[in-house]
Each structure stands twice: as structure tokens, then as C-alpha cells.
Design a binder for this molecule. Structure first.
Ligand code: CP3
Length: 362
């Protein structure tokens, strides 16, 4: 229960997510607990990737690493896990060596019969809920804790491709050769995602993010036909399930990477409070398009972190001016436009946080 946890001392993220203008932008980065941190690499030298995900004490430790290192600079923690725990819960084997690898991907719709159709998220993903509850206690209210899952289309791509892909040829073949079976699988995944997110809120997650990393690989009309409906279903279903159980709703963020041309549609119809944008749209333009409909999150190119401190400062200043320059000021959560990559110097990321604090002041 929410009341069992220590009171929250920093609610900037939650206020911005609900659309409020804040005294400065809250800031966190996607993949903030990751290989760019030497303390993370130390844990990984001793433990397998999914072992860390499945061991609440390790997941808590790794989630807290960036919070400790950047104390006073970071405004959110994100639970250490992966989007691929959902395919695992549905009965698929997934390895991380070093990228995701599925020994037995879904080659044809007949393979869907191998999946669990009714996933008991408590049984299959209870370890994530335990990690969330333990992390909430360990955070002592310093910052809010974000829960997450992958979006159905992005998960579908991994389950069909069997790993990462340049072309998405197999996943797209499914959409065009077996459109009805594809929609059925996407909606099966969406149901598991919704239950998983509800469980994360019950365990203590204070904001939820859905990662649709490969949304931008689809033509706009294919995004609307295949990817958007299950995303809408997740948002609506999470809200109604929480309400039915008398649990207060939490803000929900959608990160539909690469879909800038459809920002208005997503803001109007998605059902999310916050939309994450990548660096291929000017923040002021994004704000102009969505008006006051949603809060925005993003959007510096993660590769700017390789450009030295002067470049980081210049780009953060510019990003802050652009987000603040929009006509209808609404919540903004500062972040990168995609995950931080392993080669970044952690001190350069500190500088990014310091610049956001300095230049995002109201
Ligand atoms: O943001 C966080 O700090 C929380 C943890 C988190 C991880 N993965 C840990 C991780 C989150 C939110 C994710 C999401 C995720 N996982 C996405 C969506 C976001 C995105 O980047 O697009 C995707 C597509 C995945 C799938 C995945 N997991 C890939 C492609 C890889 C390997 C390549 C890579 O970029 O590292 C992973 C492994 C992974 N997930 C690592 C981490 C820290 C690194 C692996 C390791 O420790 O060896």
C-alpha cells in the first residue's frame, strides 16, 4: 500500500507528468542504470543479466546506483528490469548474449500455440513486484519510482524476429501476410502488459512508462492499424483496473520512438499523460502541435554526451529554451531522446544534469 512507504520528498516528476509547469524541469535518463556506470559493470561481472532482474536485492542495488551517484541531481528512479521479461512470462526463452536472443522465435502464427494465453503476472513476474517494493523502501522517498513495460509492437518484433533487427523483415511479413493473427497476438501481449503494469502500481510504482522503441519503423497508417490500438488498450485498461480496485491512478508515459509525424494523433487518442519524443523534432514545434493535451518528455540526442562539456551545455541550453518557448506551457520532463549508451563518461552525464538544473529554471 502506498501509505506503507516513506513519504515522497521530491515530486517534481509527478507534477510535470500531470501537466504542471514546475520551478525547473525534472530530469532522468532512459537506461540510467546501465553499462556506462562502473558500479553496474561490477555487478554484471558477478551476475547474469536476467539474474539481476530476478533477484530483488540486486535489482534494487542497481536501480539505486545512479540515484546515489547523482544525489540531488536526478528526479526519478526507474526499476531495473527489461522489456523482454514479458515474452519470458508468456513462455518464451530469452537470453542476453550480449544483445537479446530468442532460441525459438515465433516463425508462423501456429507457434502462438506455444505461448501461455492466460499469464498469471503474480506468478511469472512477481519478482519485478518484489523488486519494486524493496526499491521503494530503499529510496526512502528521495525520488519517485518509475515502472515500465515494452509496447506490444516492439515486443512482437522481438518475439518474431528472435532478437534485434535492421529491417524488421520477419515482423513486418507477419503484419502483411497474417494481419488478423498479428492483431490477435498484439492484443494478447497488450493484456499481459496491462496486468503487469497494474501489478507494478500495486507494488509501489509511482509512474508508468511504455517503451515503443520500434514504433517509427512502421508507416503511419500501419502504426495506426497495428501499434496504436494495443497502446490505447493498455492505457484504458490500466486505468479501469486500478479504479475497480480502488487504487489511485498514476501518470502514464508513452515513448513511441520515431513517430513525430503522428504526435497530434498520439496525444489526442493515445490515452497517455506524457509523450516521450526523440531528437528528430524541435521541442517548441512538438509543444505547438500538442498544445496543452499532454506533458512532454525528452529529447536530447544521446550522442551529444560524446561531444564534450561545451557541446552538452550548448545543447541543453537550446533544448530548455525550445521546450520553454512553446505557446501553451505544460509539463516537461527533461531526458534524452533514447537510452544512454555504454561509452558515456558518467561525469559527462553529471554535467548534463547540472546544465538541465541551471537552464530549465522557470
Ligand atoms: O532505464 C533503465 O535504467 C531501466 C532498465 C532498462 C533496461 N532495458 C536495462 C537493460 C529498461 C527501461 C530497458 C528497456 C529496453 N530493453 C528497451 C526499450 C528502451 C530502448 O532502449 O529502446 C529495449 C528495446 C530493450 C531490449 C534490450 N535489452 C536490448 C536491445 C538490450 C541490449 C542492447 C543494449 O542497448 O544494451 C538489452 C539489455 C539491457 N537492458 C541492458 C540494460 C542495462 C544492458 C545489458 C547488460 O547489462 O549486459
Amino acid at each position: 500500500m502506498e501509505s506503507d512507504f516513506p513519504p515522497l520528498k521530491n515530486d517534481l516528476l509527478l507534477r510535470a507528468a500531470r501537466g504542471e509547469e514546475t520551478e525547473r524541469a525534472p530530469v532522468w535518463v532512459m537506461r540510467q542504470a546501465g553499462r556506462y556506470l562502473p558500479e553496474f559493470r561490477e555487478v554484471r561481472a558477478q551476475h547474469g543479466f536476467f539474474e539481476v532482474c530476478r533477484t530483488p536485492a540486486l535489482a534494487t542495488e542497481v536501480t539505486l546506483q545512479p540515484i546515489r551517484r547523482y544525489a540531488g541531481l536526478l528526479d526519478a528512479a526507474i526499476i531495473f528490469s527489461d522489456i523482454l521479461v514479458v515474452p519470458q512470462a508468456m513462455g518464451m526463452e530469452v537470453e542476453m548474449n550480449p544483445g537479446p536472443f530468442f532460441p525459438a522465435p515465433l516463425d508462423t502464427p501456429a507457434d502462438v500455440a506455444r505461448l501461455r494465453t492466460h499469464v498469471d503476472v503474480q506468478k511469472e513476474l512477481g519478482y519485478v513486484f518484489a523488486a519494486i517494493a524493496q526499491t521503494r523502501r530503499a529510496l526512502e522517498g528521495a525520488v519517485p519510482l518509475i515502472g515500465f513495460c515494452g509496447a506490444p509492437w516492439t515486443l512482437f518484433s522481438y518475439m518474431v524476429e528472435g532478437g534485434g533487427s535492421r529491417t524488421y523483415q520477419k515482423a513486418k511479413s507477419w503484419l502483411f501476410m497474417y494481419p488478423e493473427e498479428s492483431k490477435a497476438l498484439l492484443s494478447l501481449i497488450a493484456d499481459v502488459c496491462a496486468d503487469f503494469l497494474v501489478g507494478q502500481v500495486k507494488a509501489g510504482a509511482q509512474l508508468l512508462q511504455v517503451f515503443d522503441s520500434w514504433a517509427g519503423e512502421l508507416a503511419p497508417h500501419h502504426f495506426q492499424e497495428f501499434a496504436l490500438p494495443p497502446l490505447q488498450h493498455i492505457a484504458a485498461s490500466v486505468r479501469s483496473k486500478l479504479e475497480a480496485e480502488g487504487i489511485a491512478p498514476v501518470p502514464m508515459t508513452l515513448f513511441p520512438k520515431g513517430t513525430n509525424s503522428q504526435l497530434v494523433l498520439i496525444a489526442e487518442r493515445g490515452g497517455y499523460d506524457v509523450v516521450g519524443i526523440d531528437w528528430c523534432i524541435e521541442p517548441a514545434e512538438a509543444r505547438r502541435q500538442v498544445g496543452g493535451l499532454v506533458a512532454l518528455q525528452g529529447n536530447m540526442d544521446p550522442n551529444v554526451l560524446y561531444g564534450g562539456r561545451a557541446a552538452v551545455e550548448r545543447e541543453v541550453k537550446r533544448m530548455c529554451e525550445s521546450f520553454k518557448g512553446g505557446r501553451a506551457p505544460k509539463g516537461w520532463i527533461a531526458n534524452l531522446g533514447h537510452g544512454i549508451t555504454p561509452g558515456v563518461d558518467p561525469e559527462d552525464l553529471r554535467w548534463f544534469f547540472e546544465c538541465v538544473h541551471k537552464y530549465s529554471k522557470a
